[in-house]
Design a protein around this ligand. Structure first.
Ligand SMILES: [Zn+2]
Length: 458
C-alpha cells in the first residue's frame, strides 16, 4: 500500500467512524425529542409496564402518602381506606335544611331506618357518629335556617352555574372526565372482565370501554367540552401491583377469621389491586387534579354466565345511593355519604341521568333492567325504570355528579355479534336491522343526552 493510499484509507475510516458517532448522537436526540407515547400520560399509567407483578419497581416516582397502602386492615373502614377527617365537613355548616338532609338520607342514600343508629337530628342540628369504635365522638352539623343559609363549597358546577352559552357548542365551558370502566388488556382475566363464546375472539370489557371513551372524547371536544380521561391505555392507573397488597390481604383475612393461606392471600391481593386500589387511584386524580363538573363511567354489562348467549338485553344507570346497613356502619362510607348529601350531588346527578337514559334508550331501544323490589342494595330513583341507586366504589368516590352507564350484554346474542363485528362507518345490516356500529351507537347516545341537558341552560 502506497503512502497516499494509506492516507486516504485512514481518512475513509475516520469518516466512517465520525458518521457512526454522528448517527448515534442524532438517534439519541431524536429519541429525546420524541419520548415514547406512554410518558405523556398524566396519570399513574406510565409505571405499568406489564401485567401481573413483573417489571414493576417498588418505588414509584411521585408516590405520595395518599398512595400508600395501609399497613393493616381495619374492619370499620372500607378496603384500603383511612379514617376520614370529619373537620373537613365544617365548611358545610348551615348549608342544608333539616328537611333536605333527612329526605335524601331516607329516600336516596339508605334503604331502611337503620341510619338513625348513626345519625340523630333535632330542629337545629344533626349529630353524626364519627367512629364505629367510639360512640362518644360526634360531629355536630348545623342546619340552614331561614335567616342563615350558606352555599356549600364544591369544585363541580351545576348546569345553572355555567354562564357561557353557544348554540354551536352546547358543551362549552364544561369539564368532563371520562372513566373507561375496568383495565382490560392483559388484566381482563384477573379482573374477571373477559368473555369467551365458541371460537369468537375474546370480549374484554376494559378494551370496549376504552374504545368508546376515545371516540366519545373527540365528539365531546368538538361540542366545546374540555375532556380528561382517567385511563388512556389498557393499563392500570393504580401504581401498585397485586404483590404489594399481600401484607394487607393477610391482615384482612386473619381479622375476619379466615384462612390466611397463600392462595386466598393471592386472590385477595388481586382483588384489592384491580378493585379498591384502582378506584382509589382514579378518585385521587379526579378529586385532586381534574376536578370536573361530571364523570362519565362507561361500562358494558354482562348477564349470568352460561353456555348460550342471552336473548333479553337491557340498560340501566347507577346513581350513588342505597347504602346497606353494613356500609353506613363503615366510618369512611358514612363520611362520604354525608359529604355527597351536603354538596347536593344527587339532585344534579338525577337530572343528568334522566336526560342520559332518555337519549340512550331512544338510540338503542334497550329495555330497563329491573332490580328485585325487595333488594337490600338497590333503590329505584324518581320512578324512572332506568335509574337505580347503588353504592359502588366509583360512584361514591368521585366527588361530583357521576353518570354510570350499564348498557348492552357482552354475552347477549345481539350485542355479542355487534361487538365481534367491530367499528364501521355508516349503517350496516346487523341482526336484521340497518344500524350503526355498537361503539358509535354508544357514543351518539351519550352525546345526545349531554347535549339535550346542557342546551337547556339559562
Ligand atoms: Zn363494568
Amino acid at each position: 500500500m502506497s503512502a497516499k493510499k494509506q492516507k486516504s484509507y485512514a481518512l475513509e475510516v475516520t469518516l466512517v467512524v465520525l458518521a457512526l458517532v454522528l448517527a448515534y448522537f442524532t438517534q439519541g436526540i431524536i429519541q429525546y425529542a420524541n419520548p415514547p407515547e406512554a410518558s405523556s400520560i398524566p396519570s399513574g399509567d406510565k409505571t405499568a409496564l406489564s401485567a401481573g407483578d413483573e417489571g414493576v419497581e417498588d418505588i414509584v416516582p411521585g408516590k405520595s402518602d395518599e398512595d400508600k397502602i395501609p399497613e393493616f386492615y381495619e374492619r370499620h373502614l372500607t378496603d384500603l381506606a383511612i379514617a376520614p377527617d370529619w373537620s373537613e365537613l365544617d365548611k358545610y355548616q348551615y348549608t342544608i335544611s333539616k328537611r333536605d338532609f333527612e329526605r335524601e338520607l331516607e329516600e336516596v342514600y339508605t334503604i331502611n331506618g337503620k341510619w338513625k343508629e348513626w345519625i340523630s337530628t333535632n330542629e337545629e342540628f344533626a349529630l353524626i357518629r364519627m367512629s364505629a369504635v367510639d360512640g362518644e365522638k360526634l360531629f355536630k352539623l348545623f342546619f340552614a335556617t331561614e335567616v342563615k343559609q350558606e352555599r356549600p363549597p364544591k369544585f363541580w358546577r351545576t348546569r345553572d352555574d355555567l354562564s357561557v352559552k353557544d348554540m354551536n357548542k352546547p358543551l362549552l365551558g364544561l369539564r368532563i372526565v371520562i372513566d373507561p370502566g375496568h383495565i382490560g388488556g392483559d388484566y381482563a382475566k384477573v379482573e374477571e372482565r373477559e368473555f369467551y363464546y365458541k371460537d369468537a375472539a375474546p370480549v374484554r370489557e376494559g378494551n370496549l370501554t376504552l374504545k368508546v371513551a376515545k371516540m366519545l372524547g373527540k365528539q365531546l371536544e368538538i361540542l366545546g367540552a374540555e375532556v380528561i380521561f382517567t385511563r388512556e391505555y389498557l393499563k392500570p392507573v393504580n401504581p401498585h401491583r397485586p404483590k404489594h397488597y399481600h401484607q394487607y390481604a393477610h391482615s384482612k383475612l386473619t381479622s375476619m377469621d379466615l384462612w390466611a393461606n397463600p392462595a386466598p392471600i393471592i386472590r385477595a391481593s388481586e382483588k384489592l389491586f384491580y378493585r379498591a386500589g384502582e378506584i382509589k387511584a382514579r378518585a385521587k386524580h379526579v378529586n385532586g387534579d381534574y376536578r370536573p363538573d361530571l364523570v362519565l363511567c362507561l361500562h358494558f354489562n354482562a348477564g349470568e354466565r352460561s353456555e348460550e348467549l342471552i336473548q333479553d338485553e337491557h340498560f340501566h344507570m347507577l346513581l350513588n345511593g342505597a347504602y346497606m346497613d353494613s356500609e353506613v356502619a363503615k366510618d369512611d362510607q358514612r363520611f362520604m355519604m354525608v359529604q355527597r348529601i351536603l354538596q347536593r350531588i344527587h339532585p344534579e346527578e338525577a337530572r343528568l341521568s334522566a336526560f342520559a337514559a332518555d337519549a340512550f334508550t331512544s338510540h338503542t331501544g334497550l329495555k330497563p333492567y329491573q332490580y328485585n323490589a325487595e333488594s337490600n342494595y338497590a333503590l329505584n330513583v324518581d320512578k324512572n325504570p332506568y335509574l337505580w341507586a347503588r353504592n359502588l366504589a366509583a360512584n361514591r368516590s368521585y366527588l361530583c355528579p357521576v353518570m354510570f352507564y350499564e348498557p348492552y350484554l357482552m354475552n347477549g346474542a345481539d350485542s355479542h355479534a355487534r361487538i365481534i363485528q367491530g367499528d364501521y362507518e355508516g349503517l350496516r345490516y346487523m341482526n336484521g336491522m340497518l344500524r350503526p356500529s355498537i361503539f358509535r351507537e354508544y357514543v351518539n347516545a351519550v352525546t345526545e343526552g349531554l347535549v339535550n341537558y346542557y342546551s337547556n341552560r339559562k
